[in-house]
Design a protein around this ligand. Structure first.
Ligand SMILES: [Zn+2]
Length: 241
């Protein structure tokens, strides 16, 4: 597909359920606000401990319908093998030129899983490369106006801002639960793959913790690198009082 999509927002992540887990509430909120929203997953999940790539594709299609997003695609990079390589960055930059997002959500650039933090790093560089006119890439040069980082996987971080997802939380949970292959049938609090009941509790606890930072019930945390420009101090968004 070579015609530009002119997305308002594009969320890029390493694995098929990462967007739902880390910023699904904000994505749903932007869809509900009338924005044109897309998701670009970097891998198909062929190396995941649970579920095949084909099953995870079906789960991801279901989750996309729940979130109501307008577009989703997969770059097909190796699962558990995302590397900081120029060919990967150029491949991603080409898609950014085609999708033409105004704003981009990336995974935070540090963390436990290499796929996550490398996705954040090559995502940033791909956004930059996409704007360079002389690079031999398909599509017209395009650079997103704003990049924000979803930081939920790095709980020790203090977010730059939190999005109130109180009204979107149930839909986010529903989207996450579409990934049935990633849940354990057993109740196991230590397990990386939680049961469905554990999943609700975990997501609610994370969202409640972040929500409390801005005085709402549920929230999702984000970090920015750039300093925000403020035009009107009186209308500036702050914690609810
Ligand atoms: Zn992941």
């Amino acid at each position: 597909m070579l015609f530009p999509m002119k997305l308002d927002l594009l969320a890029i992540a390493a694995h098929r359920d990462d967007v739902e887990l880390t910023c699904g509430g904000a994505v749903i909120k932007m869809v509900e606000a009338g924005h044109k929203v897309g998701v670009l997953d970097l891998t198909v999940g062929e190396s995941g401990t649970r579920g095949s790539a084909a099953l995870r594709r079906k789960e991801s299609e279901r989750a996309s319908r729940v979130m109501g997003i307008h577009h989703r695609e997969n770059l097909g990079l190796p699962d558990a093998g995302i590397e900081d390589r120029l060919d990967y960055k150029l491949k991603l930059a080409e898609r950014i030129r085609i999708l033409q997002p105004c704003a981009v959500i990336l995974p935070y650039w540090e963390g436990r899983h290499p796929d996550h933090y490398i996705a954040g790093r090559i995502g940033y560089e791909a956004c930059f490369l996409a704007g360079l006119a002389k690079l031999p890439l398909a599509g017209a040069p395009h650079r997103p106006r704003k990049i924000v980082y979803a930081s939920l996987y790095v709980p020790a971080l203090t977010p730059t801002f939190v999005v109130d997802i109180t009204r979107q939380f149930e839909k986010k949970l529903k989207a996450v639960l579409c990934y049935g292959s990633q849940f354990s049938p057993r109740q196991d609090w230590q397990n990386l793959f939680p049961s469905r009941a554990d999943c609700r509790e975990r997501l609610a606890a994370q969202a409640r913790h972040c929500g409390d930072m801005i005085g709402v019930r549920y929230g999702e945390p984000f970090v920015t690198r750039e300093i925000a420009a403020v035009d009107d101090l009186v209308k500036m968004s702050v914690r609810s009082i």
